[in-house]
Design a protein around this ligand. Sequence first.
Ligand SMILES: Cc1cc2nc3c(=O)[nH]c(=O)nc-3n(C[C@H](O)[C@H](O)[C@H](O)COP(=O)(O)O)c2cc1C
Ligand SMILES: C=C(O[C@@H]1CC(C(=O)O)=C[C@@H](OP(=O)(O)O)[C@H]1O)C(=O)O
Length: 394
Amino acid sequence: MRFLTAGESHGPQLTAIIEGVPSGFDISIDKINQALRDRQKGYGRGKRMNIEKDQVRILSGVRFGKTTGSPITLTIENKDYKNWENIMSVEKMDLEQFEEVKSKMITRPRPGHADLNGGIKYNHHDLRNVLERSSARETAIRVAVGALVKQLLTPFGITFISHVINIGGIRALSYEEIDNLSIDDITNRIELSEVRCIDLEISKSMKQEIDKAKKSGDTLGGIVEVVVLGLPIGLGSHVHWDRKLDGKLGQAILSIQAFKGVEIGIGFESANLPGSMVHDEIIWDDEYGFRRSTNRAGGLEGGMTTGEAIIVKGVMKPIPTLYKPLKSVDIDCKESFDAAIERSDTCAVPAASVVAEHAVAWEIADSFFNKFSGDSLFEVTNQYQNYIKQVRDF
Ligand SMILES: Cc1cc2nc3c(=O)[nH]c(=O)nc-3n(C[C@H](O)[C@H](O)[C@H](O)COP(=O)(O)O)c2cc1C
Ligand SMILES: C=C(O[C@@H]1CC(C(=O)O)=C[C@@H](OP(=O)(O)O)[C@H]1O)C(=O)O
């Protein structure tokens, strides 16, 4: 499977085309819209989220609620476009527009954003041309894509959880450290927390930290965790660098705006431990077959799933646009100024946890349909069931 997205932050809409989805799978628009709502509602976001009411439209590839095997086109309207029509026009600029366009021109690149590198690379002297596409507005359509392909995995019992385990240094337990909570309890708590954190007391401290940062014109980053349950052994492959699922998940997470680190299983901590405390012993379970007594590897060995939960964390840096800006240089006169201020979030880690979940979902779905390839649900299901039997009898 593959997909492309298009669209500017303040343009008319975001679009995605997904290719390679087999036929016969149930698709619920409500489920995609629920994921879009989850992405929008995290605490710490700026005023833009009051304007947008993200809802997907499916323009091709689905008929009467089922995939047809044809390319699937998704769109999300940018409600804010009506306030930017003149500034984002595709027509040649006329003189009357000039003053308005000039008022929104960006010439003082924000440290930490794509402005300066993108401006130099594409030879733009209005850095808005860079900002519009580098903006994480694009994550809305990526979530829609992920929420669609997640539904292709439902018949095979594969499910996803995402949550926040750190905001600005306020830490919460990660999935492996949580005892005595059912998956339903975990998901209910994430739903209830405005920062998508399982611990509701820590959620309060995280919110306070966000309020503090906002008051001082600053921003915060953090850590998100994505957990994938119900995977068979053997998605991904050890035979080529670009088929290794851990590598693909790394790319998926690091492709999200502002993500600067990724960790699988105990990841960085394994540098401090001997092998006996890092690797997961292999056991035989009469009901499940081969299993691991622990899951420090985070569900991946040799670029392939082990059958245990995939556990992947991503580190998000603080938002680059600061209301108390850092120093920058005006690209025209080359003098030092405060960086540009564009309406902005204080902390988007809760929103980004939803984005990370859906970016991971894409990679899992892609690996799943690589392994169990077929043009229809029927064909894929046959392949899947044969393989599960093969694994059971191994
Ligand atoms: C959900 C989400 C919301 C974001 N909101 C903002 C924002 O309001 N202001 C901002 O300057 N950056 C925001 N960012 C981060 C920038 O888009 C990102 O830092 C920028 O594109 C540069 O890319 P890089 O940080 O990956 O190098 C957001 C990122 C995400 C994932
Ligand atoms: C629009 C979204 O996020 C935007 C991401 C973003 C950035 O620079 O990445 C900057 C802000 O854009 P604006 O200036 O229009 O408010 C965020 O609101 C979204 O997540 O849907």
